[in-house]
Structures are given as C-alpha cells and as structure tokens.
Design a protein around this ligand. Structure first.
Ligand code: FAD
Length: 450
C-alpha cells in the first residue's frame, strides 16, 4: 500500500535526524525517515569492547574553546556527556623507531618543524597551480623519505593537523578536541535529539515514522512528487526527499535515480575524495606502555607510510581498561578490511613488540571496524581536494528537482565532522521549508486567478 507524506528523509545519521527535527519544529511532521541499517546514528556508533564503550566512528568533538561555540559541544554539555581533553601536541615527542628507541626530542621537534614548513610550501604551490602537477615547479619540494619523516607526514596530512592549513572547524570553534568517553556513547546525542520529535517508550524510539532496515534502491521523481523504492519492495511517495547518504554511497550504485542525476551533479560527486579512517581496538591483560597523560598519543616510525603509525592508549578515557587504539587510513585501512582480524592482530602485535619488547602479552581481543566495505557507508568521511572550489561544494549540495541533499559532505565549512553533518541537516531543512513556502504561494496565486 502506498501512502504519501510531505518529506521522506533517507538516512538516520546526525544530518538526517537534525533535518527531521527542524521540519518538526516548523510544523512539518508528516515525514518518514528510511534508514538502511537497524539503528539510528550512522557514522556515530558505539560498541562494547573490553568492558567499556568504544566509538567505532566519530570519537571526538573537534573545535572547542574558541570564540564561537560548537553546536555539538553545546548538545554534549546539555546531556552531560563525559569527555576527555586530547592533547596531541606531545605525540611528536613519543616517536618510536622499529628497534623501540624513542627519537630524541630535539630531533623529533626539528623534523616536525621541517615537515610543517614543507607542507605549507607544497600547499601554496598546489593552490597556485590549482591542483596541477606540482612536480614541475621551479623550486623542488622535499619528499618525506626516512621513517620519521614518513610518520610525521602521515600525522600532518591524514589527521588534518591545523598547523598546515587553516581548518574552519578550529578557526571558528577553537583548537581543542575532546574525546567522547561515555558509556551511553556519542550516539546518545542523536537519541536525545530524536526524542524531541519522535515517540519513545522506555528510551526506545517507537515512532512509526522512523523505519529501520529500509534500504533505498530507487528514487524516482516527477514534477509533482517523488517515489522511493526500497530493497524489500516497499514503495513510498512524498512531495520532497532529503537524501543524507554519504558521498561514498552516492558514488556507488546503491541508489538509482530516475531520471538520472544531471551531469553537473554526478561530476561534483565523483570529484570529492572519500577518506577511510579505521580505529583498531586492542585489549590487553595488563599495561606495558608508558601511561602518563603526555604519553597518550605515540607514533611508530616505519619505512612504509601509515603502517600502524598512530597509537593512543585509553587510560585517560577509561583508566584500567588496558586498551590501545591504532589508527589506519586509506590504503592501509582497505588492506586491513580485506584480511582476517587474526592477520591484523598478528601485524599489530609485531609492531608493538618492536616498540615495547618481545615479552609483552598478546592482545586478548581485537575490534576492526569496516567502514569502507559497509555498503551503507563506503568510507569514513568526505575530503575535498585542496583545489576544490566553492562551485564544487555548491553542486554537491544543490537540490535536483524535489531531491534535497544533506550530510557532512554538503557542509562547505565543516565537511568531515559531526558538527558538519548536524549543521548541514539544519541548512537543508531550512532550504526545503523555503521551497515549500514558495510552492504554497504559487498555488495560492493560481487559485486566485481561477
Ligand atoms: P551518516 O552518519 O553516514 O548517515 C547516513 C545514514 O544513511 C546512515 O545511517 C546510513 O546507514 C544510511 N543509508 C545509507 N544508504 C542508505 C540507503 N540506500 N537507504 C537508506 N539509508 C541509507 N567527526 C567528528 O566530528 N569527529 C571525529 O572524531 C570523527 N571521527 C570519525 C571517525 C570515523 C571512523 C568515521 C567513520 C567518521 C568520523 N567522523 C568524525 C565523521 C562523522 O562521523 C561524520 O561526519 C558524521 O557522523 C556524518 O553524518 P551524516 O548524517 O552526514 O552521515
């Protein structure tokens, strides 16, 4: 049976939920939220591991302590979310070589300074060259070669350290970052938001407007409305659609559009890079790593860039949990996603034995998230190329007929972040409400003429 509602929202991550909330606050409550997985939250997701709650997706509230307040930090404060300040500045003094020696602090600081300078020069060159071939520039740029140079290059580029380029998140909201360390999870912020407009019972969302396990496969639109078909053969009709799936999903063939999306749209979607970011959690019977607060982050310098480079102990977040986290990105993430967790465990243990000696205990448990192979994600977050212009983000965000786009990738200033998704949802719903108002006016006008 078919029922028609005002708006169908596809995806119940932070952007879909914030979009729905804005609609509800403006009196549009005949909405339907279709979510492919069996839960709300999307890339904000906790899981029980080693006796605590760990965040497989977003872990930090980034951008705190500045002039303007980060709206996600506000939500966290309102719900009393437990967080823990992360001080990355010491990571450069905890760089291990493969024989377990820590690089002397002067040498590490010097390498770091040089890497920042060279990264800034490279960035300028790329900007001047609009993404063209920087190798042909008159002044040759130094290429990181040694393990320590490679490790620092990885930290600077794959983790977006603010030293290299001004990042709007830090410019607007401040440079501090807080790790979410709360048993209820980062996702409790979403639940709290959802509870303001969806019916709940005993903390569970019971509202029939939220439909889980509904994988949208086809989106058809005409002048008058849109029809959405899901994998299980259900058909839903609406005046408008808000599509919040990730850029990776848009690049895949999961959803087909009828008529097909215009060329300007598909080209913009194709040009946006997708980052893969993988936090691997390891549980140990006891601690064998240095535990001071200035030792929270440490680095493994290896001849292969990004090979188990960036480590964090969870003693600040959860004292006594005996958990280590190592973060891989892109190529290394995909490689590890494709192999068994046992193989990954073996590799990680070898790296740890290089750093801390052969006598350390084996990990008793491992958790390897697979964001890239998840067909509802296809990556971790959007990453606009440095030469991306305003037009590209504009095109990714721009509605096509009755389909409105949202999600972190549509946020020009904060793409890649939770607050980017949150603000994008608000933005998209406001644009849609404006469209609805105009449509109503047009209808009224044509009626007066009759
Ligand atoms: P999503 O959360 O992806 O929501 C989209 C929803 O659409 C999903 O629930 C998905 O299941 C659903 N969907 C997909 N396809 C379909 C379909 N065909 N039909 C129906 N539903 C569908 N941000 C930070 O601010 N700080 C961090 O520390 C941080 N770290 C991160 C670490 C990792 C590993 C990852 C993956 C992300 C991280 N991020 C971080 C980014 C942040 O998580 C995202 O920017 C944000 O959560 C995206 O929200 P969204 O609503 O745009 O998308």
């Amino acid at each position: 049976s078919r029922s028609r509602c005002s708006v169908i929202i596809i995806g119940a991550g932070i952007s879909g939920i914030s979009a729905a909330k804005v609609l509800a606050e403006n009196g549009v409550d005949d909405v339907m939220i279709l979510e492919a997985s069996d839960r709300i939250g999307g890339r904000i997701r906790k899981e029980g591991f080693g006796g605590v709650s760990v965040e497989l997706g977003a872990g930090w509230i980034a951008g705190v302590g500045g002039k303007e307040s980060n709206p996600v930090w506000e939500l966290a404060r309102q719900s009393g979310l437990r967080t823990c300040f992360s001080d990355y500045s010491n990571a450069r003094y905890n760089i291990y070589d493969p024989s377990g020696k820590i690089f002397p602090s002067e040498e590490a600081a010097d390498s770091y300074r040089k890497a920042v300078e060279s990264a800034i020069r490279k960035l300028r060159a790329e900007e001047d060259n609009h993404g063209g071939d920087v190798a042909r520039l008159s002044e040759p740029l130094s290429v990181p070669k040694t393990p320590i140079e490679l490790a620092i290059d990885f930290i600077l580029h794959d983790f977006e350290m603010a030293e290299v380029e001004p990042i709007s998140t830090y410019v607007d909201f401040g440079e501090r970052e807080f790790l979410v360390a709360d048993e209820r999870g980062y996702e409790s912020l979403l639940h709290k938001m959802a509870e303001t407009f969806l019916l709940t019972s005993d903390g569970e969302i019971m509202d029939s407007r939220l439909k889980l396990n509904k994988v949208v496969r086809e989106l058809q639109q005409s002048r008058n409305g849109a029809t959405v078909t899901t994998e299980d053969g259900c058909v839903y009709e609406a005046n408008y659609v808000i599509l919040s799936v990730s850029i990776g999903v848009l690049q895949s063939d999961l959803i087909s559009f009828r008529p097909p999306l215009p060329r300007w749209k598909t080209e913009a979607i194709e040009t946006c890079d997708v980052m893969v970011y993988t936090k691997i959690f390891l549980k140990f019977p006891y601690k064998f790593w240095p535990c001071g607060p200035d030792k929270e982050f440490f680095i493994y310098a290896h001849e292969r860039r990004g090979y188990y480079t960036f480590w964090q102990h969870m003693e600040n977040a959860y004292p006594g949990s005996n958990i280590l986290v190592v973060t891989l990105t892109n190529g290394e993430s995909k490689r590890v996603e494709a192999q068994s967790d046992q193989e990954t465990l073996k590799e990680a243990m070898e790296v740890l034995r290089n750093m801390f000696g052969p006598e350390i205990p084996n990990a008793t448990d491992i958790l390897v998230p697979r964001w890239f192979n998840n067909r509802f994600q296809r990556g971790s977050y959007s990453n606009y190329p440095i030469y991306a212009n305003h037009q590209m983000v504009h095109d990714i965000k721009a509605p096509v007929g009755r389909i409105f786009f949202t999600g972190e990738h549509t946020s020009e200033r904060f793409n890649g972040y939770v607050h980017g998704g949150y603000l994008a949802g608000i933005d998209t719903s406001n644009a849609l409400l404006e469209d609805m108002r105009r449509e109503k006016e047009r209808k009224l006008e044509s009626q007066t003429f009759l």
